[in-house]
Design a protein around this ligand. Structure first.
Ligand code: ADP
Ligand code: MG
Length: 697
């Protein structure tokens, strides 16, 4: 039996009640195979007790039993947050804030004895445990007694709803017992397993749930990583369209409209812009659909490249779509396009999720009939009902903001359309190769002429008067400024400045200058009019949240003040800073930080001071965040990697790729005797869905 063949429903397991089945469903688990592949995210040794007092003294996680003594609530009355108050068996009290987990009130009633695991911190005058595990005490535990023998390493599973650790562990054990009478079959070629000294699959999986020791656990984990990456690479390398041409005829595209367009531009293209446009031209004119990533730092002029490359296709009678991650950015692109392309006779349209029915219907009709040449929009572009007459070119701006599935959904609206992904966030090459097959890259390195490097300052919050004075001088000389805050409105739970209150305050700080406010909760029309006021210069100070992070382009703005800068991620900070320095005016960025900086917060601010190079910043970001969620793969859950991490396990990945490249060249159908496991696996229960196999980047 192969693991993937265990398609029997978890509802058949003894002890799986309707609530458990529903909550497992939330974790994406409906079959026994999926349950067995639900790997613990950690293990704890429940035998070695660490009481709250000991934990606090040593900085380690507490691992003990405690009693629930009070339920209380804090935060805004309409959305209260539950707090569990516990006292451990030594009498030490602690508080557990349960953010977004109100149901814990029912799960853990007053006076219940619980097992608790988590690092306590002395804060707000008491002990707080922000990230914790709660479960029933070990079986047979006497209330108030020390933890004692609780067995070996106990798994900590990702949970949902009312599931608890003991319950999930029991179901996993039940599944092994009832449905795996004989060891699960291996999947990888014996030759590969031997080469890398991997465990047999059955052994590895059992250990991952219930390891006897940390050493075997590490080995089992290594086996599982090999398995995942091996299957992933198999899927990618066997992709039918990986090498084949798509049967399109090469053609030379007309370029008259583009010539007119360039003549009307108030500036010359940068050399890199010209090179990239030529690279794209060659792809668009070839017989294979293009898949290209355009990397260029913030402000390097990628939008213009998108327009320029689309023009020959439009002139030849095709339709093009440009998708942006936010309403605000899409709108700005649409207005830009209207300004630049309308005079050339290009029919432009704007499509967002908020379009009223009448306008939307007309627009959809015109799109389907091919009367619109160039449509700009948000993810609404690939919603149902949107049809094109001949969608030939898809441009995705700030592509890292979209998941793979979303990008795919848009390309499906055409038949093998050419695809241009634009981003200021570089994708590591190996990731590009893995997730996207053979994605080609173009890079814009040169900035438009006359740009001056942005001057970046850091300031403590207590010192912000100096920043305001500086900004005032810029405003007096006719320039504009952004002020960015982490919150829209004041929050009781977080002691942070917010955009709404600061907009009022800044109006007093800068009398005689108009202050505008923009954030995601505004109505679209309001967003639009605030942005227009700012870009026309009617508003001098724009107070915002990170909605202005991507794309917003107002050349006269020279000051970017980010308050609570420590709360923003590196790529957000870089993008925000990129909102200024968009002309030949000298521009400034102020990173204003609060008192309690975390180590990561410090590092991010230091990196921002050291460099304005987007590529360097992306690398540092990768180090801080881990590469998992680059390339929008994590949020789509699409690669289904449980143990492997594309960044960390790069060497294994490259090894798999090399092994498989040789193997597939020799034996593409896995017909050799040593490959019978693989053959059976891919014919009976392919570990990656067609989604991936058919993946256009
Ligand atoms: P990004 O690469 O961050 O998307 P944009 O496309 O928003 O950059 O361009 C930033 C600004 O630079 C825009 O105002 C655009 O009009 C301007 N720009 C683009 N190309 C040039 C150029 N070759 N010379 C001068 N300004 C340019
Ligand atoms: Mg842009």
């Amino acid at each position: 039996m192969l693991l993937g063949e265990l398609t029997v429903s978890v509802a058949r397991l003894k002890g799986a009640g309707p609530a458990a089945v529903r909550d497992l469903g939330k974790l994406g688990i409906t079959t026994v195979a999926q349950l067995l592949e639900h790997l613990p995210r950690d293990h704890v040794n429940r035998r070695d007790e660490v009481t709250l007092r000991q934990a606090l003294a040593s900085g380690r996680a507490a691992n003990t039993v405690a009693r629930i003594v009070v339920h209380s609530h804090f935060g805004p009355p309409h959305r209260p947050t539950l707090k569990l108050h516990i006292i451990d068996r030594e009498g030490t009290p602690a508080e557990l804030p349960c953010f977004n987990r109100p149901f814990l009130e029912k799960t853990w009633p007053l006076n219940a004895w619980v097992w608790i695991y988590g690092i306590p911190e002395a804060k707000y005058g008491s002990l707080q445990i922000a990230a914790f595990e709660l479960d029933l005490p070990p079986p047979g535990h006497e209330p108030g007694a020390p933890l004692g023998a609780g067995g070996t390493l106990v798994p900590l599973y990702p949970l949902a709803g009312t599931l608890n650790q003991t319950g999930v562990a029991r179901l996993v054990a039940q599944a092994w017992h009832d449905y795996v009478p004989e060891p699960l079959e291996d999947e990888l070629p014996p030759e590969y397993t031997a080469l890398h000294h991997l465990y047999p699959l059955d052994r590895a999986l059992r250990i991952l749930h219930r390891p006897e020791s940390p050493q075997v656990l590490a080995e089992a984990r290594r086996t599982w990583i090999h398995r995942e990456l091996f299957h992933l690479q198999t899927a990618v390398l066997r992709r039918p369209n990986a090498l084949k041409a798509a049967g399109r005829v090469a053609q030379v595209l007309p370029k008259t409209v583009r010539k007119h367009f360039i003549e009307r531009l108030p500036f010359a293209l940068t050399p890199d812009q010209a090179t990239v446009v030529a690279e794209i031209d060659a792809d668009l004119e070839s017989e294979r659909p293009m898949a290209r990533l355009l990397q260029g730092d913030v402000g390097s002029g990628k939008t213009l490249v998108a327009f320029l490359s689309a023009l020959p296709l439009i002139e030849a009678g095709h339709q093009c779509a440009l998708m942006a991650p936010t309403e605000l950015l899409a709108l700005q692109h649409a207005e830009n396009a209207a300004k630049l392309l309308d005079p050339l006779g290009v029919k432009i349209a704007f499509l967002s999720g908020n379009l009223k029915a009448a306008g939307r219907n007309l627009l959809l009709k015109e799109l389907a009939e091919g009367r619109i040449d160039f449509v700009v929009g948000t993810h609404a572009l690939f919603s149902e009902g949107v049809e094109f007459q001949s969608l030939r070119y898809v441009v995705i701006d700030e592509q890292h903001r979209f998941g793979v599935i979303q990008r795919q959904a848009l390309t499906r609206k055409g038949s093998d359309p050419d695809l241009l992904l634009m981003s200021a966030t570089p994708i590591p090459r190996t990731l590009a190769l893995t997730a996207f097959g053979d994605l080609r890259t173009s890079v814009i390195r040169t900035m438009p002429l006359g740009r001056k490097p942005i001057v970046t300052h850091t300031n403590k919050m207590s010192n912000q008067a100096k920043v305001y004075d500086f900004v005032r001088k810029e405003l007096e000389s006719g320039r504009q400024a952004y002020f960015v805050y982490p919150l829209i409105e004041a929050s009781e739970a977080l002691d942070l400045k917010d955009a709404a209150s600061m907009a009022e305050h800044l109006a007093e700080v800068f009398p005689g200058h108009r202050v505008g406010l923009i954030h995601s909760r505004l109505e679209d029309d309001d967003k639009r009019s605030v942005m227009e006021d700012f870009s026309r210069g009617r508003v001098s100070v724009l107070v915002a949240t990170s909605v202005v992070e991507v794309g917003v382009d107002v050349a006269n703005a020279t000051c970017m003040v980010i308050e609570h800068a420590e709360r923003f991620g590196l790529s957000a900070l870089h993008q925000l800073r990129g909102r200024v320095g968009r002309s030949d005016l000298q521009s400034y960025c102020f990173l204003v930080y609060g008192e309690n900086l975390t180590e990561d917060g410090k590092t991010r601010i230091r990196v921002m001071m050291e460099t304005t190079d987007g590529f360097r910043i992306a690398e540092e970001d990768l180090k801080l965040r881990g590469p998992g969620d680059i390339a929008g793969m994590k949020q789509s859950g699409f690669l289904k990697l449980k143990a492997a991490d594309l960044g960390r396990d790069l060497d294994i990945l490259i090894g798999c790729r090399e092994y498989l490249t040789t193997l597939l060249a020799r034996d593409p159908g896995f017909m050799e005797p040593g490959q019978s496991n693989l053959r059976k696996l891919w014919s009976k229960c392919p570990p990656f869905s067609d989604e991936l196999v058919a993946l256009q980047p």
